[in-house]
Design a protein around this ligand. Sequence first.
Ligand code: ADP
Ligand code: GLC
Length: 483
Amino acid sequence: MVIRCCFVTAELAPLVKAGGLADAAGALAGALHSRGVDLRVFVPMYAELDRSTLSLEPEPGLADLELSLGRHRYRYSFVRARRAAGPDLLLVDCPELYGRPGVYGDAEDEHHRFALLCHAALEACVRTGFAPQVVHCHDWHTALLPTLLRQRYGRAPELAGARSLLTVHNLGYQGWLPASVASELGLPEGAVETAGLAADRINLLRQGLRDADAVSTVSPTYAKEICSPELGMGLDEVLRARGDEVAGILNGVDYSTWDPATDPHLPHRFSAADLSGKARMRAALCDLLGLQDAPGRLLIGIVSRLVWQKGVDLLEGALEEPLADGRIAFAALGAGEPANEALLESLARRFPGRAAFRRGYNERLAHWIEAGADAFLMPSRYEPCGLNQMYSLRYGTVPLVRRTGGLADSVRHFDPATGEGTGIVFNDADPAAVRWAVETAAAWHQDHSLWSRIVANGMREDFSWDRAVEEYLQLYRQIAERA
Ligand code: ADP
Ligand code: GLC
């Protein structure tokens, strides 16, 4: 059976990226396409979408359409984007909503940007006679799709058999809106519920979790965690109330982008068979960041959005002593909450030559840190999947991770007695636990053969999308059978 899927996402690597959603959606769409799924991939035509590798042409029959959201009337069209590899994209072109800087914003019409994306995708299916069995949406931005299908578009013959799958990449972002804008989502009155006890607000993710035919998330452990009050972020009850289980499918890694043997960002490439390029990358990274290149010193890297989720504040009190006595060096890249940026800036200021922080978003430096660091630190409070720990494994960079979500599912704590394991896994979200992990790594790093063993174990791991895409296909088939 050929599966037809309408795939709708707010981000898609490599064209437009704010975080891991882009990596996951971009690679999954590519993997589904190569497995023969008949896909229509919808993405907003943001001003900052990287057009350099695309060949663009207007999509016939899908020009100059109109959508009313409350008293706002929008005109939009579709542009087909052909790429050298991967499925074509259908870009939703609405300059009034997408012709501004940034993927996300805080303007008053932010909800219109994503409501329009959802309407546009279903409208395009109807107008082109495309009848998907699966409508696959991701996170709060597209969580309105299940409700739109049930309440507005499901009567169209093209969509009568369509079933929705909502994949949660991060339960921490829910799309809270004042109840007064419920009438601006293009749905019949009463279709969108106020959010439980918060009678004056609506919550788009909650709405999607109630109305979707199936729900999945991006790791088996996170699938369990979000059904508990501790990590359910107020939505655990809604998840438990569903008749079915939340499927947990660990994201894969796009090794065509993240492989040190072929990575075009790196001046020195390497593989498990020959790590000399990694030593040269370490030296190049130290040079770039103004760090002393002392090979006996453990160089720890971080590349992260600097938000509460990522636990960067837990570094305070964990790194100072090993930095001061020269056991570790530290290279961080990221942007986010001012307090986290200030903490990293202060480490760089207090430990010149040993700690460096680059504020901002920098794709190339992210690859350099993965390649040049000895270890990679992810002290996340919660982590639906996390990608950098899997990139680190392939780059011979030992991950130091908290035992949560996808980190717990992808890194095995190393046991010196058996020589098994791929990283260092700690339990608590506090500076003492981070310090324990850092000091354990620094001590193990002194033992060359032990460290080489951890590195080799990690580089052998295979998190390619081949496995994950099979699990999605199985889920798609199950969903399609319900139609
Ligand atoms: P999340 O989606 O929660 O941010 P993930 O680990 O799934 O976390 O994915 C983050 C992705 O974004 C990775 O590809 C990482 O390299 C990238 N990234 C995060 N911050 C930066 C930055 N400042 N510069 C470059 N890449 C970044
Ligand atoms: C989210 C999560 C991250 C996950 C990514 C891709 O942004 O925070 O853990 O890897 O989505 O699914």
